[in-house]
Write a protein that binds this ligand. Structure first.
Ligand SMILES: Cc1cc2nc3c(=O)[nH]c(=O)nc-3n(C[C@H](O)[C@H](O)[C@H](O)COP(=O)(O)OP(=O)(O)OC[C@H]3O[C@@H](n4cnc5c(N)ncnc54)[C@H](O)[C@@H]3O)c2cc1C
Ligand code: FES
Length: 247
């Protein structure tokens, strides 16, 4: 366990906050940590910077995490899992909603390596738009919203028509239905890596709660090459009690 102190906070959207820590967690983009709050338990969070996480307030734990202040302390088991495999010269990042957060960190690392980075970002509406300005530091950015309140009107897949299919590698993070739609649209045009979310109790490969077609998302992922994924991708996941439920 690493002890961390919050040294900065930044409100990104009405329900999303970035917490900056006093030390780097030495993570590769796409890796995550199990963050532990005294009396509240532990939950998985991805890195949006080498020394920060971006939290969406969706329930009790994330509400407490989002409301930490400068000087507050927490602990993390990190970095965990397999991150994005950075390769190619001309790459596309495709993010949906909150899935854009780990792609921000990836874009920064790819830019530092001199790669050409194009980002396609999809949100439901304007007030959910996250890290579009941050990503503009590293390359071209295209935005779509479902209600047309920012950028193109439609799903993120509509942006693929604007940029074409001539990339060396695609990196995707967002709702799983979106990942499946991207996979169908791109077919075999270029290789894809997907960051998946599953219910994680231990984060260490011990409990099996994150299992998908024999793979453990916490250990074998959360980033997978598209060809590694089986029939459960986009169709079912395990709930808190371990029962399989449709996505
Ligand atoms: C690899 C990975 C990386 C993640 N990265 C981030 C991140 O960077 N920022 C962020 O805000 N959220 C991230 N999440 C999701 C985050 O872990 C959940 O939103 C959080 O655990 C919700 O807890 P809660 O008590 O606030 O809400 P709850 O009311 O308990 O749950 C709200 C939602 O979160 C899901 N959830 C709850 N507990 C877990 C758990 N232990 N594992 C997975 N999902 C859970 C529930 O299924 C439900 O859909 C990530 C999840 C995974 C698996
Ligand atoms: S969370 Fe326990 S095995 Fe993956």
């Amino acid at each position: 366990m690493i002890d961390l102190e919050v040294i900065g906070t930044r409100k990104e959207t009405k329900d999303t906050t970035t917490l900056f820590f006093d030390k780097s967690l030495d993570a590769v983009p796409g890796q995550f940590g199990m963050f532990w709050l005294a009396g509240k338990g532990q939950k998985p969070m991805s890195f949006s910077y080498h020394d920060a996480i971006t939290v969406k307030d969706v329930g009790p734990f994330t509400h407490n995490l989002s409301n930490l202040c400068i000087g507050d302390r927490l602990s993390a088991e990190a970095p965990l899992g397999k991150g994005f495999d950075i390769k190619g010269n001309d790459i596309v990042l495709i993010g949906g909603g909150f899935g854009v957060a780990p792609l921000r960190f990836l874009a920064q690392r790819c830019h530092e390596r001199g790669m050409s980075v194009t980002s396609l970002l999809g949100y439901r509406k304007l007030d959910e738009v996250l890290f579009d300005e941050e990503l503009r530091k590293y390359g071209d950015v295209y935005v779509a919203t479902e209600d047309g309140s920012c950028g193109e009107k439609g799903l993120v897949t509509c942006l693929l028509n604007a940029v074409g299919l001539e990339f060396d590698q695609g990196y995707c993070c967002g709702p799983e239905r979106m990942l499946v739609a991207i996979s169908r649209h791109i077919a075999d045009s270029f290789p894809l890596q997907f960051s998946l979310e599953r219910y994680m109790k231990c984060g260490l490969g011990l409990c099996g709660s994150c299992e998908i077609d024999g793979l453990l998302v916490c250990k074998d992922g959360p980033v997978f090459n598209s060809y590694e994924l089986g029939s459960s991708f986009g169709s079912e996941k395990r709930d808190k009690s371990g029962r399989k439920t449709p996505i």
